[in-house]
Design a protein around this ligand. Structure first.
Ligand SMILES: Cc1cc2nc3c(=O)[nH]c(=O)nc-3n(C[C@H](O)[C@H](O)[C@H](O)COP(=O)(O)O)c2cc1C
Length: 252
């Protein structure tokens, strides 16, 4: 049986991270409830991840030079191979943690490519008591920006929840959300897809300005298979095939 792969990115630098523990507990519960899932948590503190240096090569050329000197390629590959992605972050001063933001900086080129289309997303926000709405909103925004269809968002507040309760309730919630889900698209994803298709579909190299030639994004959106897609849903389904083939556009 081919199992569906769940990957959770736990964004904490804390040795005994509550976010990491909750994610592991929830994924174990899900696997116990339904054997057709396999799951992995990547706790960012266990990897060498350097800060984005702001060179913008990812936007202009489609790769990050920092990948050669740290562990980010491992994370990128795990993300691309997964079917379901959790973004999990604690609230640190009413925002995501610093390490989570560094993770987002390093995948920011994907916000112009939507190359995670065809994946389903969930989020987890942990907090002592405040800031959860802002963080939750941002995690959802990041999933949708890179092409992931967000299905549900869990919040754990130390003040009024126990870990056991949280894991039991949301293990069931998770499976119900997937059971009731149809497809990989929603209104926001369709809108963003239409926006990029129009922007790059009507552009030629000379339009890109004198400073930098953003030919990578232009070439990406003008691939025949993408141009032929009439909707984000179609793009998402085809992208699942392209992303799983041995050589895709981003790796060439
Ligand atoms: C630097 C820092 C800032 C925090 N800021 C907030 C905050 O603004 N509001 C809040 O309710 N809890 C705040 N907390 C508490 C954490 O959100 C909470 O303990 C969380 O579960 C920690 O998860 P972790 O162990 O995975 O890092 C903060 C904790 C730290 C270390």
């Amino acid at each position: 049986m081919c199992k569906r792969k769940i990957l959770a990115i736990a964004g904490s630098n804390h040795k005994q991270s509550l976010t990491n523990m909750l994610m592991k507990g929830l994924l174990n519960e899900i696997k116990t409830l339904n054997e057709s899932y396999e799951a992995k948590v990547i706790c960012l503190r266990d990897y060498k991840i350097d800060y984005c240096i702001g060179c913008k090569i990812c936007f202009y050329e489609g790769f990050c030079p920092m990948d050669e000197q740290d562990d980010f390629t491992i994370i990128r590959n795990e993300l691309l191979e997964s079917d379901i992605i959790f973004f999990a972050s604690p609230v640190y001063v009413h925002n995501v943690s610093g390490i989570m933001k560094t993770f987002f900086d390093r995948i920011s080129a994907s916000t112009h490519l939507m190359n995670y289309a065809g994946k389903i997303g969930f989020t987890l926000t942990t907090t002592e008591s405040t800031g959860q709405d802002d963080v939750k909103k941002y995690l959802i925004k990041m999933q949708e920006a890179i092409g992931i269809k967000n299905l549900d968002n869990y919040v754990f507040s130390n003040e009024n929840s126990t870990m056991k309760q949280f894991v039991k309730t949301n293990g069931i919630n998770f499976l119900k959300s997937l059971e009731n889900n149809y497809g990989y698209t929603n209104r926001i994803l369709e809108w963003r897809f239409g926006f990029f298709r129009n922007l790059y579909g009507n552009m030629i190299n000379q339009d890109l300005g004198k400073e930098k030639q953003e030919t990578f994004e232009l070439d990406y959106w003008n691939q025949i298979w993408i141009k032929e897609c009439r909707s984000f849903q179609e793009f998402a389904i085809k992208n699942r095939i392209v992303a799983s083939s041995t050589k895709n556009f981003l790796q060439e």
